[in-house]
Design a protein around this ligand. Structure first.
Ligand code: ADP
Ligand code: MG
Length: 225
């Protein structure tokens, strides 16, 4: 059987930190630490399996166009990308948080919605936000930001933000409160649809190993609660 190199796209930070144990359970160890190395292509202990290090929001794009066969990306990022050309076989259950609507403590979100007010929404999750408010029948002007969304309500740029929340510390530190959930978020394994057909014999065992590692992680988190 001919073997072709399998590339897995990952982002540094949270996704890599939480993926490394899953990779280890799947028998894959990186030969350089992506956090300290400047290399963007990282070999592993498994011949024919390499990691590529990309921006979190670029992971679906690399996998869609075949720059990587597999990738790990948050549901937030996948919703914004749209998922074209991607097969999403496994919810890994890692990097879990919630996408929330948040506002200043002194802003009465429920009243504004009830009164049919037009809301300015600052977010980098433009698509998720648009769909969320459209489904509720709330009229919004979306203001696209690339980060530090918490500032927007403080300086009067927007009434509300849509952002990811885990502990709520950043919101609290900026006198904001979460007022509504948009969606629960966790990281998923994504696979290039064409690669899955062409390299199924190499990819399927990896997909199965990720699924098993994710199940084990879930069981462990449950036992720890
Ligand atoms: P970036 O700042 O480039 O978006 P992050 O490492 O902050 O990269 O986020 C990468 C992914 O981790 C996000 O797309 C999301 O799925 C997840 N994530 C982001 N913030 C949190 C959080 N507070 N708790 C858990 N997961 C998060
Ligand atoms: Mg971030």
């Amino acid at each position: 059987m001919s073997t072709r190199t399998i590339r897995i796209a990952l982002s540094k930070g949270r996704i890599y930190d939480e993926t490394a144990p899953l990779l280890a359970r799947a028998g894959i160890r990186a030969q350089d630490d992506p956090e300290s190395s400047r290399r963007l292509v990282i070999a592993t202990n498994r011949r024919g399996v390499e990691l590529i290090i990309v921006r979190a929001s670029d992971t679906p794009t690399y996998v869609q166009y075949g720059g990587a066969d597999l990738g790990i990306a948050g549901r937030d990022v996948l919703v914004e990308h749209g998922g074209d050309g991607l097969y999403q076989p496994v919810d890994l259950g890692i990097a879990a948080c919630r996408m929330m609507v948040a506002a200043r403590k002194d802003f009465d979100y429920r009243l504004a919605v009830h009164q049919g007010a037009r809301l300015r929404v600052a977010t980098k999750y433009v698509r998720a936000a648009r769909e969320h408010f459209a489904a509720k029948g709330v009229h919004v002007d979306i203001i696209r930001l690339y980060g530090s969304m918490e500032l927007a309500p403080i300086v009067g740029l927007a009434e509300v933000i849509v952002d990811l929340v885990s502990s709520g510390q950043t919101l609290r530190a900026n006198n904001l409160v979460a007022v509504e959930e948009v969606m629960p978020v966790s990281a998923r394994l994504v696979v290039n649809q064409a690669a899955l057909k062409m390299k199924r014999s190499q990819l399927q065992p990896l997909i199965d190993a990720f699924a098993a590692a994710a199940d084990l992680g879930r069981a462990r988190r449950k036992a720890a609660r």
